[in-house]
Design a protein around this ligand. Structure first.
Ligand SMILES: O=C(O)CNC(=O)[C@H](CS)NC(=O)CCC(=O)C(=O)O
Length: 287
């Protein structure tokens, strides 16, 4: 199975972002014939003020209802059907009342939505250059760990800042995941030091493939430009980077080979070697 990760430079104009996603995905599909195309985090609207983000967000159809969704939802579904491939739609703003969730969607080649995951860990931090981020002022966190099947491949879902929480990735592996999607809009400041190290670490310790499509470049925000790191990549279960995007928009493709997954897991059975439960809390040292 072949997976393409698409690297985008979205702005605040949702229609232009959808056109960009369609153009880059079509180019990737024509060049590399992937079975799955994956987009970055919040590719529908990066930058812009809160009202713009709210306006770009979409009400999602009831799961399993087959009702029509918003423009981005239907564009992703159409991309899957037209090309008879799976489409992992990175993430989009999901409207829930006057709040948002940062939500991933996976579509099957027949256009059925087969997975929906809302980002668990919200980016409320101060970057090394002093820039503050407060994702929780706009978004609510999800509450569920999500896996789904894409053809023969068991997939796990995570988003961006989630990459810093290994217990999520371990629970995806324990639920059977072989390939984990990690759409991102990593900041330039944190990305240059942490992005590739974190993605490779999660691949190595879970022995999963990780497909990590990211936004790249400058995005205009009300307080000034924001830069995201790009470097979209695909890791194999040994932690090798097997495909990677350069600067600019584009895509990268890799073949997901289940024989590699099986060999890595058989030769180094770390899951069987685990001694501590995921929620292990040791006692503090006493004097
Ligand atoms: O806010 C939006 O519209 C789209 N969402 C994002 O850009 C999110 C939340 S601000 N970005 C991250 O999680 C970056 C994580 C990161 O860079 C790190 O972990 O170092």
């Amino acid at each position: 199975m072949r997976v393409s990760v698409v690297q985008m430079n979205p702005g605040a104009d949702k229609a232009a972002n959808i056109a960009q996603a369609e153009r880059l995905s079509t180019a990737a599909i024509e060049a590399d014939r992937p079975d799955i195309v994956a987009l970055p985090e919040i590719w529908t609207c990066l930058g812009g003020d809160r009202a713009t983000k709210l306006a770009a967000a979409e009400l999602l159809p009831e799961p399993g209802s087959n009702a029509r969704g918003g423009e981005a939802y239907e564009a992703l579904r159409a991309m899957a059907v037209a090309n008879r491939i799976h489409v992992h739609g990175g993430s989009i703003g999901e409207r829930v009342g006057d709040r948002l969730r940062n939500t991933s969607l996976l579509f099957a080649p027949d256009g059925r939505e087969v997975a929906r995951y809302s980002k668990l860990h919200l980016f409320d931090i101060t970057a090394p250059d002093g820039t503050g981020y407060r994702e929780s002022s706009t978004y609510d966190a999800g509450s569920a760990v999500v896996t789904a099947r894409a053809g023969d491949t068991a997939c796990g879902l995570a988003i961006c800042y989630d990459v810093r929480f290994p217990e999520l990735f371990l629970s995806l592996r324990q639920a059977g995941a072989e390939l984990i999607f990690l759409p991102a809009a990593f900041t330039l400041q944190t990305g240059k030091d942490h992005w590739e190290v974190l993605v490779r670490a999660r691949a190595i310790e879970t022995q999963c493939w990780i497909a990590a499509p990211a936004t790249w470049g400058q995005h205009m925000e009300p307080k000034g430009p924001r830069h995201t790191f790009g470097h979209s990549l695909i890791c194999d279960p040994w932690g090798h980077v097997v495909a990677k995007c350069s600067d600019g928009t584009g895509w990268a493709t890799a073949r997901i080979d289940p024989a590699i997954t099986a060999r890595v897991r058989a030769d180094m059975p770390v899951l069987e070697h685990r001694r501590l439960p995921l929620d292990h809390r040791p006692a503090a040292p006493t004097a």
